[in-house]
Design a protein around this ligand. Structure first.
Ligand SMILES: Nc1ncnc2c1ncn2[C@@H]1O[C@H](COP(=O)(O)OP(=O)(O)O)[C@@H](O)[C@H]1O
Ligand SMILES: Nc1ccn([C@@H]2O[C@H](COP(=O)(O)O)[C@@H](O)[C@H]2O)c(=O)n1
Ligand SMILES: [Mg+2]
Length: 462
């Protein structure tokens, strides 16, 4: 517990935000492969031409994220040091080519930080083109890692470590003017050498390597450090992501409903093996209703105006009408009532998938409305375990003509394996869940989970 917080503050803080039940588990469930994926730092790559304002943008982000632990890693730290001979002819050396950097070392360093371990970064001296031999910069575990440099998007392995990629886009003349000023003031150069280096190496490498990597960016910031609106939006996004499960950082279509003590209390009850059947059904129904309502929030809407009894106009929205529920039999049927209660007269189809171990999935029954291809589908199954049944159901819906992006999969509990399995294959399907559990065990059951949901809900477990 942090020293300055009281016990209750700590409990309240831990209780707010989406809840990942695995964080409160018995150690025996926390196998390293799953703990590794529970809380990883958010990695942001910031690229752009030299003197575009990368460092300035990073400083602004760090300042605004002041209540989070943020570390900045500069690609410059991984410049290979020049030999004495190379140093003497430094004006002939291309510092803007990818080979000028030790990318393997940079990869190792970011991977180590992502695993929650601290690293020692080399310190680079631009005046004599060498790494300081005796000192290092210690970088500790953090919530956010920002990796900044002209070529951080060049290598796919480095890109793959990033959760968000930002390209700082600034006009070439502005970059050159800034570079002349910076390099003469801070990096011990004269104007002639800066201009020569720019024409010979910096500009060609920008055209050959930096600019082509712009296509990998998620966000492009025009005017660099002057663009406060862009930086504000980025910081907002990072804050949202920091409150989320790592899987939500990885897959943007996963939505975990915002946890409260009520929700955690209900989960505590339905997960308790000794709860009565009546209570299991009652609290499952309450949770299902919340998930269904949240899922409906992802449907498209049309704008609509009504006149209120005061004669004023209220500008609101109209619900999406072309809907269909599809339950994966049998436990998915437990979610039908909640859906019917929210969507008057909704059609509900069924898909039955025979489950035989992990692989032998076989579809044996389906009953769907004829016009299903025109409807948004709310696919119902309270537990997402391996993801095999879900994938089979989604595949069938797609075969029937339902666009992938029209499918919203609703469940109470998701295992990371199921999320990976569905999201990798169907990245446009939205998954709405109330908790992400730790894993599935050798028997393909979610842990901690809640056992056989269908048996417990329909009373066939005795
Ligand atoms: N918006 C700005 N207005 C004026 N000068 C700026 C602005 N943004 C950055 N600079 C200056 O330009 C130079 C290069 O910016 P920097 O952020 O270090 O770029 P990069 O890290 O992309 O090389 C620095 O001297 C910095 O102070
Ligand atoms: N010894 C060195 C090493 C690098 N450079 C130049 O630095 C630029 C990258 O740093 P930014 O902060 O501008 O992104 C790069 O364009 C190299 O040309 C150097 O001049 N000397
Ligand atoms: Mg910089």
């Amino acid at each position: 517990m942090p020293e300055h917080t009281t016990a209750i503050d700590y409990v309240m803080e831990a209780a707010s935000g989406p809840h990942f039940s695995g964080l409160h588990l018995d150690d025996r469930f926390l196998s390293s492969s799953f703990t590794d994926s529970i809380k990883q730092p958010f990695v942001i790559g910031v690229s752009g031409g030299s003197a575009s304002g990368k460092t300035t943008v990073c400083d602004m982000i760090i300042q605004q994220l002041h209540d989070h632990r943020v570390v900045l890693v500069n690609q410059d730290s991984f410049y290979r040091g020049l030999t004495a001979e190379e140093s003497a002819r430094a004006h002939e050396y291309n510092f803007d080519h990818p080979d000028a950097f030790d990318t393997e070392q940079m990869l190792e360093c970011i991977e180590t930080l992502k695993q929650g371990k601290s690293v020692q970064l080399p310190i680079y001296d631009f005046k004599n083109h060498r790494r300081c031999s005796e000192s290092f910069r210690q970088v500790n575990v953090s919530d956010v890692i920002i990796l900044e440099g002209i070529l951080v998007f060049h290598d796919q392995r480095v890109r793959d470590l990033m959760n968000m990629k930002i390209f700082v886009d600034t006009d070439a003349d502005v970059r050159l003017a800034r570079r002349i000023r910076r390099d003469t003031v801070e990096r011990g150069r004269d104007v002639n050498s800066v201009l020569e280096q720019y024409a010979k190496f910096v500009k060609p490498a920008f055209d050959d390597f930096v600019l082509p990597s712009k296509k990998y960016a998620d966000v492009i910031i025009p005017r660099g450090g002057e663009n406060h609106v862009a930086v504000d939006l980025i910081v907002q996004h990072i804050r949202t992501k920091l409150g989320q499960h790592d899987l939500c950082k990885l897959y943007p279509n996963i939505y975990v409903i915002q946890s409260t003590f009520q929700i955690r209390g209900m989960h505590t009850l339905i997960r308790d093996k000794d709860i009565s059947k009546h209570d299991f059904v009652f609290y499952s129904d309450r949770l299902i209703r919340l998930v269904v309502e949240h899922g409906l929030g992802h449907l498209p809407f049309t704008e609509m105006q009504v006149v209120t009894p005061t004669g004023s106009v209220y500008s609101g929205v109209d619900f999406c009408k072309k809907l269909c529920g599809v339950s994966i039999v049998r436990s998915g049927e437990s979610m039908e009532n909640a859906l019917r209660a929210c969507c008057k007269g909704i059609k509900i189809g069924k898909i039955l998938i025979h489950r035989d171990g992990d692989n032998g999935q076989q579809l044996i029954y389906e009953k769907l409305p004829k016009d299903i291809s025109e409807r948004h589908v709310l696919l119902l199954d309270p537990v997402l375990a391996t993801g095999n049944s879900a994938n089979q159901a989604i595949e069938l819906l797609i075969q029937k003509g339902v666009p992938e992006s029209y499918i919203i999969f609703l469940n109470l509990i998701s295992a990371p394996e199921g999320i990976h399995c569905v999201s990798k294959r169907f990245p446009s399907v939205k998954i709405v869940t109330s908790e992400i559990d730790v894993a599935i065990n050798e028997e393909y059951r979610v842990v901690p989970g809640l056992g056989e949901f269908g048996d417990r809900y329909f009373g066939t477990d005795d």
